[in-house]
Design a protein around this ligand. Structure first.
Ligand code: AMP
Length: 290
């Protein structure tokens, strides 16, 4: 695996490769890699001739400075994992390399409604930072295929919208959420859970599954209220636990029994914020994001 630290080197390297190595698949990450990330690399390898990954803990997408400071870093292990999986190129830029103009300011993306709900509401500025870094990375790598995880459902929709707004010609492939055996969605932040929090963490997905299994047309509020209460009893502090339209993310509190839904949840366990989502089986995934 070739490790490249500067934008100029990455561009010249890829320029040489582009003719012989299309399609290029790209997997952006913030490191502390786990099997969720690795599944994206494996998917990318299936359809791409050259797989480029990046590790960059992006300061502009952290609304909470403590979360940025404490973001786990496991670079040596990450490089081993990527090498073993057959990733071809790792882009490992510094903050100065990614933001020569400084991290303040930058273009405002007109994301509209999607930025006002769920993580957009609870993490002000987060999706602007995500768009800013992903646009920069896409303009450097110019991949044919971009691999994203369903784990970050709203982020997938935001990035898709940003690519439309900025006319970036890339095909987005969304890959299934990888979970621990107890159901907890894999996440770099799981490394920061203490023993008791790690024991409780799988309850989030268990309650999501239980809630989805009780889904029927009519008001969905009793279901989601019960779920939030149960989470609070266990020790979570839920930010949101809601059904939304799978294609638009409009909250659905009263369901007609057929529109495609996604169940979106975010909750703190101590200082660690977990997010997860689930497409109820009753929904036809083809009509939503996936
Ligand atoms: P991150 O390093 O958290 O920014 O994630 C990088 C990419 O990996 C994003 O597209 C995430 O959605 C994806 N990802 C993170 N966790 C998982 C998971 N458990 N399963 C599948 N994809 C994931």
């Amino acid at each position: 695996m070739v490790i490249i630290k500067t934008a100029a080197h990455l561009q010249s390297f890829l320029q040489d490769q582009r003719r012989s190595s299309a399609p290029i698949g790209f997997v952006p990450t913030m490191g502390a890699l786990h099997q969720g990330h690795i599944s994206l690399i494996i998917n990318a390898k299936e359809s791409s001739k050259l797989v480029v990954s990046s590790i960059f803990v992006n300061p502009t997408q952290f609304n909470d400075p403590a979360d940025f400071e404490k973001y786990p870093q496991t670079l040596t292990q990450d490089i081993d994992l990527l090498t073993q999986t057959g990733c071809d190129v790792l882009f490992l830029p510094s903050v100065a390399e990614m933001y020569p103009e400084g991290i303040q300011g930058g273009l405002q993306y007109e994301l509209g409604f999607i930025e006002t709900v769920y993580d957009g509401h609870f993490r002000p500025g987060h999706f602007q930072g995500v768009c800013r870094v992903v646009e920069k990375l896409l303009r450097l790598v110019e991949p044919d295929l971009l691999y994203l995880g369903q784990k970050d459902y709203q982020q997938c929709m935001v990035i898709r919208k940003m690519c439309e707004l900025r006319q970036i010609p890339v095909t987005i492939r969304i890959c299934a959420t990888q979970r621990e055996v107890d159901g907890l969605a894999m996440s770099s932040r799981n490394l920061r859970l203490n023993t008791e929090e790690r024991r409780l963490a799988p309850q989030l997905y268990r309650i999501m599954q239980e809630t989805a299994s009780k889904l029927k047309s009519g008001s969905l509020q009793p279901l989601t209220e019960n779920a939030r209460e149960e989470l609070s009893r266990i020790g979570f502090k839920p930010d949101y636990f809601e059904f939304a339209d799978a294609g638009t993310l409009t909250p659905v509190t009263h369901w007609n029994g057929s529109d495609p839904l996604v169940l979106l949840a975010a909750a703190f366990l101590g200082a660690i914020r977990l997010i997860d989502n689930l497409i109820p089986e009753i929904s036809d995934p083809a009509s939503g994001l996936l």
